[in-house]
Structure formats: structure tokens, C-alpha cells
Design a protein around this ligand. Structure first.
Ligand code: SF4
Ligand code: SF4
Length: 304
């Protein structure tokens, strides 16, 4: 099938011996590694990709979306979270991918992590029952009123989104102000700042904004514990290399030649701890599939 005017990829590779239908969640991260923001806590701040790197990222993304489109009629259903190193939505091909995937009946959810610096009018083309945004607010990079105006645009469009803030002490006042002015219907999450140890009083301040901050405050022991990654949740890079998650380097095969498929199985986590929400949300020993039921990828709690 053609995908919103993009060239059709080749025929979908035959599935492996495990030829059953699957309900897959794919965390896609292509080669893009540039961002229009300059966050002091980020290695991708104000990085530029060369034109060749951008072309490669676009080609890789279009190959991936073509593969997802070709799952139509196979019995598979797919949910996608784009987790670019940098900012994707300032690139037309990510916006096009979001719109195109949202319209496919076998795609249950398509979400992306974004700083929301992009314009929002393109969302009107999407199926907003399927599309969702994982937005991070970076105080210091964007003016409060300007950011809030973008949130209001999302509200007017009826877009589904969560907003988050990195829980740096210097962000607390900005996070409080945003929480006070955001629509009460929008969940504000707080990520524990990397390497920072919170006193109980500080944790209480952040928990007053995000009742689920406790899940982020400490890394989760994960060694030997069951995790849905590697079975129903997979990480995919720009070459189609499949790993169980973004944090475990062992390869399970390739998406495009189907070699990943017979290797899908339940397997325990091989790492000592898991400290990133996009990882530990899939740990079976945590209740987060219940807490975020219906909104696991975009980080929206079931009852909010
Ligand atoms: S917006 Fe995100 S990717 Fe961009 S510099 Fe900030 S943390 Fe990094
Ligand atoms: S617990 Fe985290 S690190 Fe371990 S397999 Fe799952 S997502 Fe990966």
C-alpha cells in the first residue's frame, strides 16, 4: 500500500515460523539526533544533523511507517511510540508519519515524545482517537505563556496529550504555575532529575503536582523480573534492528526480514535496574499497565 503519497516499500517480508498474529508495541528511534532547544541537561541540545543525516532519518522513518502500513490485513495490530533523541515534530516526515499511522485501522495508538515547539495545525489531519503526544515542558527554553498557548491549541483541537517536567529544583515554580493554568483534564507528570536524590520534603512537593511521582523517584530493581519487552513490546532502530528495549543492547533480529519474529518470548530483565519510564512502565512487577490503562505510551493515567 502507498502511505500518504510516500513510495510503497517492497512486499512485507514473510513472517518467521511463529506465524501467529501479534499485538505489538514498537518504540522507534531513528538516526535523528538534533534539537531546536538547548536544555542544559541534554546531550542533543542545539545539535544539528547534516542534510545527509536528515535524509537518512527520513528514509529510515518512511521505511518503518511503510512496514507498519503493510501489517494491514495480516491480523497484527501495532502501537507506536516515537522516541527520537532530538525533536522530531519540527521535521515534516514525523508529522506525516503521525498523521498517516493514526488513520490506519490496525494501528491502535501512535504517540511521540516532543517539546511541542512545532506548530499544531497539522494535527487536524490526524485521527485524534489514535494519535497522542507525550509533551515535555522545558522551562528556560520556552516562555510560559507561549507554551500554555500551544496547550490551549491542543485542547481546542481535542488532541490527547500529557505534559511533563524534569523535576529539577529550579523547575518547581514553573511546574506549579503550569499545573495551575493547564486544563485540569491534562495530566502533568514529573520525571525525577537524573542523579538527583530527593529529600522526603522535596518529593512531597513534586508529588503534590504528580501523584505518580513516586514511581519516578527511585530506579526500579529489575534483574530477573518479568518485563513485557521482548515479547509484546520492542525497540526498533533506523536499520530495523530489533531489541527488547532501548536499554538492552542484545539484538533480537530485524523488523524488515522478519527474523525478530520467532525470537519473541517472555524473558526476564538482564539489567540490575530500570530507571526510565518508557522502560519500567512495561515491568510486570509494577502496576503501571493498570495505572496508565489506555494511555501507557503517552503516559496518561486511566483515571485522571
Ligand atoms: S527538548 Fe528534549 S531533545 Fe531537545 S534539548 Fe531539550 S531535552 Fe534535549
Ligand atoms: S525492565 Fe527496563 S531495562 Fe529491563 S528489559 Fe524491561 S525495559 Fe528493558
Amino acid at each position: 500500500m502507498t502511505f500518504l503519497g510516500m513510495p510503497a516499500p517492497g512486499p512485507a517480508a514473510a513472517d518467521g515460523p511463529a506465524g501467529r498474529s501479534l499485538d505489538l508495541t514498537l518504540l522507534y528511534r531513528g538516526p535523528l539526533a538534533s534539537c531546536d532547544y538547548d536544555c542544559p541537561y541534554c546531550p542533543f541540545a542545539k545539535r544539528r544533523d547534516t542534510p545527509e543525516q536528515l535524509r537518512a532519518d527520513r528514509a529510515a522513518l518512511e521505511r518503518f511507517t511503510g512496514w507498519v502500513a503493510d501489517r494491514a490485513g495480516t491480523g497484527d495490530s501495532v502501537s507506536v511510540l516515537f522516541t527520537p533523541w532530538g525533536e522530531g515534530l519540527v521535521r515534516s516526515w514525523y508529522r506525516r508519519a503521525m498523521v498517516g499511522l493514526s488513520r490506519l485501522p490496525h494501528v491502535r495508538r501512535v504517540a511521540i515524545q516532543t517539546n511541542l515547539s512545532c506548530r499544531t495545525d497539522w494535527l487536524a489531519e490526524a485521527d485524534l482517537a489514535t494519535l497522542a503526544l507525550w509533551v515535555t515542558y522545558h522551562p528556560g527554553q520556552v516562555d510560559h505563556d507561549r507554551f500554555l498557548a500551544k496547550c490551549r491549541e491542543l485542547d481546542a483541537l481535542g488532541a490527547r496529550y500529557s505534559i511533563g517536567v524534569v523535576g529539577q529544583p529550579e523547575h518547581l515554580a514553573a511546574a506549579r504555575r503550569l499545573r495551575a493554568e493547564l486544563s485540569p483534564a491534562v495530566y502533568l507528570w514529573i520525571n525525577a532529575a537524573e542523579g538527583y536524590t530527593y529529600t522526603d520534603a522535596e518529593a512531597a512537593d513534586w508529588s503534590a503536582l504528580d501523584p505518580h511521582f513516586g514511581f519516578s523517584r527511585h530506579a526500579h530493581p529489575s534483574a530477573g523480573r518479568p518485563c513485557r519487552t521482548g515479547e509484546s513490546v520492542l525497540s526498533v532502530d533506523g536499520h530495523g534492528t530489533v531489541r527488547r528495549c532501548h536499554f538492552v543492547s542484545e539484538e533480537l533480529g530485524n523488523l524488515y526480514d522478519g527474523t525478530y519474529r520467532p525470537r519473541l518470548s517472555a524473558r526476564p530483565c538482564p539489567l540490575p535496574v530500570c530507571d526510565c519510564h518508557i522502560g519500567y512502565v512495561h515491568l510486570e512487577t509494577l502496576p503501571l499497565y493498570d495505572v496508565f490503562a489506555g494511555g501507557v505510551l503517552e503516559r496518561i493515567p486511566h483515571t485522571w
